[in-house]
Design a protein around this ligand. Structure first.
Ligand SMILES: C[S@@+](CC[C@H](N)C(=O)[O-])C[C@H]1O[C@@H](n2cnc3c(N)ncnc32)[C@H](O)[C@@H]1O
Ligand code: SF4
Length: 439
């Protein structure tokens, strides 16, 4: 239950988006799971396949596997971000990529399948890696696993790293076939306040150059609900985004994460949160604009053109197994969750002593049911009641059905045959609804 409780914290604080033989593994059962440990669900940031047919994907049929590689290096820290990364540490990148290769060996029997559908390099800033370093890790993956024919290999990039030469190398010398660009905003004042290293013009150029060298599956991240953000400013951001003709959008409402400068400024009253009505207005606008531009909202914060949903992240939301490598990365095998130590130096040292510096939590049936409720309700398919009937203890059925029907009566959830799906009104307060539904 620990995991799920903390997952609730994660979604509550996240406004509307609201991500065997292991060598020697350090296991601490039922250790407390903190909010940050679930951050990857969001790239979940972070996690998600060839499940899409006619722009819809089935939540339960295939057993798919993905590999997440965390690159915890950034050139500078953004004022809103508490993803685990270190700055001024570029000297360790080479050694870190060697440790990643070693960890792949140590965990080579993690999956009960040898076929990998998705690879995701996330951060931190993967674009701090050279093409050679990317390929060294990728080739190690290939030496252990077979990559499915229609694999997805996503690489997160910062606009300021996207010089044309680097982009050409990414396109022509690696197997990366999907880019996720951290655009955040097209407003120079907001970018400055966020401590981003690029301005709006550079972000637009980065996208155009990525398209020019031949990337045809590109996602952009935007943040709304920023201090002083007006509906008009958000609309301008969205207009510029949709003019760029990308295939996917991840749009997150700003969350004030403890430990960030934004959080400090909020406490010091140097900045203020925008009123709730403005947040709702911006979320509604996002949904409308996405619809008008043929983007399908397949998860609360994620929008894609038909056939361009993130397979890797869908994997996370569909509770498929994934292996997370690197400092602070998470893994899930259907029964347990593990998370690696969030400290680059200790991670490298431990791996070279043949020890995986991870903690582990075994999920109870109740944890799994609550996780199912939490992840499926965020997707456009919603909760499949038959799935619950077939996969979980039947004595919870009556309780869940009563809870769901209450939400249907208040128009927060729509019942479509056996599926329970969030209404637009429900999406806005999804975290509160999910909390109410937990058993
Ligand atoms: C790992 S981060 C960024 C990838 C890349 N390093 C970059 O900055 O361009 C993934 C995304 O999470 C989002 N994000 C991070 N912290 C956030 C916060 N506090 N509130 C809202 N969105 C956040 C940002 O949109 C960011 O691009
Ligand atoms: S948003 Fe990206 S670049 Fe900025 S600190 Fe977070 S991971 Fe690093």
């Amino acid at each position: 239950m620990t995991l799920v409780k903390n997952a609730v914290f994660f979604i509550l604080f996240s406004a509307f988006f609201i991500n065997a033989n292991y060598g020697l593994i350090l296991i601490i059962l039922k250790s407390s799971f903190t909010i940050s440990k679930l951050r990857y669900l969001k790239n979940i940031n972070a996690l998600y396949f060839t499940l899409m047919k006619n722009a819809s994907f089935s939540l339960k049929k295939l057993k798919l596997a993905g590999i997440y590689i965390h690159i915890p290096f950034c050139k500078s820290k953004c004022n809103y971000c508490d993803f685990y990364s270190e700055t001024n540490n570029a000297n360790n990148i080479e050694q870190y990529t060697k440790a990643l290769q070693k960890e792949l060996d140590l965990r080579s029997s993690y999956f009960n399948t040898q076929q990998i559908e998705t690879i995701y390099f996330g951060g931190g800033s993967p674009s701090t890696l050279s093409v050679e370093q990317i390929n060294n890790v990728f080739n190690k993956i290939l030496s252990i696993y077979k990559l499915s024919d229609n694999y997805e290999f996503t690489f997160e990039v910062n606009p300021d790293d996207l010089k044309i030469k680097y982009l050409e190398e990414l396109r022509n010398k690696t197997s990366i076939n999907r880019l996720s660009i951290g655009l955040q905003s097209f407003d120079n004042n907001d970018l400055m306040l966020m401590n981003r290293r690029h301005n709006a013009k550079q972000a637009i150029m980065a996208v155009k150059n990525a398209q020019k060298v031949g990337f045809n599956n590109i996602s952009g991240d935007l943040i709304y609900g920023l201090p002083n953000m007006t509906k008009l400013k958000w609309e301008t951001n969205l207009n510029i985004f949709f003019e760029l003709n990308l295939q996917h959008l991840s749009a997150y409402h700003l969350t004030y994460e403890e430990g960030t400068l934004y959080y400090k400024w909020l406490k010091q009253k140097k900045i203020t949160e925008i009123p709730e009505d403005n947040s709702i207005e911006q979320f509604d606008l996002l949904i409308d604009k996405a619809k008008n531009n043929n983007f399908i909202q397949y998860e609360i914060s994620n929008f894609g053109k038909e056939n361009y949903f993130s397979k890797h992240n869908s994997n996370y939301w569909n509770r498929e197994q994934y292996l997370g490598l690197g400092s602070s990365a998470h893994s899930y095998d259907g029964q347990t969750r593990q998370w690696n130590i969030a400290n680059i130096k200790n991670y490298i040292n431990s791996i070279f002593e043949n020890k995986i510096p991870a903690q582990k939590e075994i999920l109870s049936n109740r944890d799994k049911l609550n996780e199912y409720i939490m992840t499926s309700l965020r997707t456009k398919e919603g909760i499949d009641f038959d799935y619950i009937k077939n996969n979980f203890d039947t004595h919870h059925l009556k309780t869940i059905s009563n809870l769901l029907n209450k939400k249907v009566k208040t128009n927060l959830i729509i019942k479509n045959e056996n599926n329970y799906i969030l209404s637009q009104k429900g999406k806005i307060i999804s975290d509160a609804i999910i909390t109410d539904l937990f058993i």
